[in-house]
Design a binder for this molecule. Structure first.
Ligand code: PMV
Length: 360
């Protein structure tokens, strides 16, 4: 079994004065949700997600060796302009990962980052953003230690991304990623995300995710506060056990492509996530009236047409509409005719299952 200490490197064999790397990393959408954590970003339950393809963060990391080690030193640019309010999160990330990347204080970094999805669309960029940054740091570490294997490179990238934002560890690889130790999924671990190791039916290839932007405002509850709500939550233990059970149920579903079963598990997970928020203290209602309008319209459409389309939710009001590629045209027609009216300024994003982070 791999331990966190396995990611503390031996002295590097190379040295490097300056350079830069650019990585893109996608967002991901959880089917079984991660909600609740222990110390050091260890999840309270395992989760599984589809890696997305179009919603991504593209980050360039430029580095230059400093004269003296001193403190962390970095500039942060968002879409080419300095962005001071992102800095504390990055500072905290560097503090958490320093033991695993002992070179961090030796360089001045310029982190230049942009998203392919509109800013303040209500789409969390922390998963794609932390994954893209972790990939860049791993490219630098690989330059300092060229013998590193590709397997270690990606495992450690996911491990580091997790320390930035839990779900970010599922954005390193595609197309289906499991994070969190689950008895029946071999190789699964709390430390990093792994590619789902068993058979996946063709119906899930090119699976579509259309993200309906219901509320683009600031998140009402940060995910840190959200995860904390699961401490002393009256239903926490049962919920954590249920996530294990739902992952178990998904194993045959991934293999045989039974979309009825898939839909039941995915929609139940989304509603359970929100139920946890509604039943915690303090409690939060993160759905908006239009979230419910959309959910009801999807249920009605599915019932009437038998087209296998379903919804899932993040910790917010936006709705992810999931469906196989084979019914894409019909579902897009339905979305345009009946759901767009519930979106803020009629906005939605078309995405699909993807393969993970890429070096530019
Ligand atoms: O990675 P975090 O700490 O932002 O938490 C994400 C939690 C959910 O998006 C609600 C669920 C999930 O598994 O992605």
């Amino acid at each position: 079994m791999i331990a966190a200490t396995d990611f503390i490197p031996k002295p590097y064999t190379n040295s490097l004065n300056q350079g830069s790397f650019t990585w893109s990393a996608p967002s991901n959408i959880a089917l079984v949700k991660y909600w609740g954590k222990k110390n050091n970003q260890i999840p309270a339950n395992p989760s599984v997600s589809f890696t997305l393809n179009n919603c991504k963060t593209i980050t360039t990391l430029a580095f230059a060796k400093k004269q003296k080690d001193g403190n962390f030193s970095f500039d942060l640019l968002f879409e080419g302009k300095p962005k001071e309010d992102f800095k504390p999160k990055i500072q905290k990330f560097l503090e958490r990962i320093e033991v695993y990347l002992p070179f961090l204080k030796e360089y001045h970094f310029t982190i230049d980052t942009q998203n392919t999805f509109p800013h303040s669309s209500g789409i969390a960029s922390s998963a794609s953003g932390m994954a893209a940054l972790a990939m860049n740091f791993m490219s630098l570490e690989k330059a300092l230690h060229p013998e590193m294997t590709e397997e270690y490179f990606f495992k450690k990238a996911s491990f580091l991304a997790r320390l930035g934002s839990g779900s970010a560890c599922r954005s390193v690889k595609g197309q289906v990623v499991v994070w969190g130790n689950q008895a029946n999924i071999k190789g699964s671990t709390d430390l990093y995300g792994v590619e789902y190791p068993y058979a996946i039916h063709d119906t899930f290839r090119n699976f579509q995710d259309t993200i309906l932007l219901v509320d683009k405002g600031e998140k009402q509850v940060s995910s840190t506060v959200g995860h904390d709500l699961m401490h002393d939550h009256p239903f926490a233990e049962r919920r954590f056990a249920q996530a294990h059970e739902n992952l178990d149920k998904l194993i045959p579903v991934f293999e045989n492509g039974n979309l009825d079963e898939f839909i039941t598990i995915v929609e139940s997970e989304a509603l359970t996530l929100h139920a946890m928020m509604m039943t915690s203290l303090p409690y939060f209602i993160l759905m908006k009236p239009n979230t419910l309008q959309i959910i009801n319209a999807i249920l009605k459409f599915r019932n009437e047409t038998k087209i296998p389309v379903c919804f899932t939710l993040d910790a917010g009001a936006n709705v992810h509409v999931l469906y196989p590629n084979a019914v894409k045209e019909k579902v897009l027609q339905f979305i345009k005719a009946e759901l767009v009216g519930y979106c803020q300024n009629g906005q939605y994003l078309c995405d699909e299952i993807g393969n993970g982070a890429l070096l530019n």
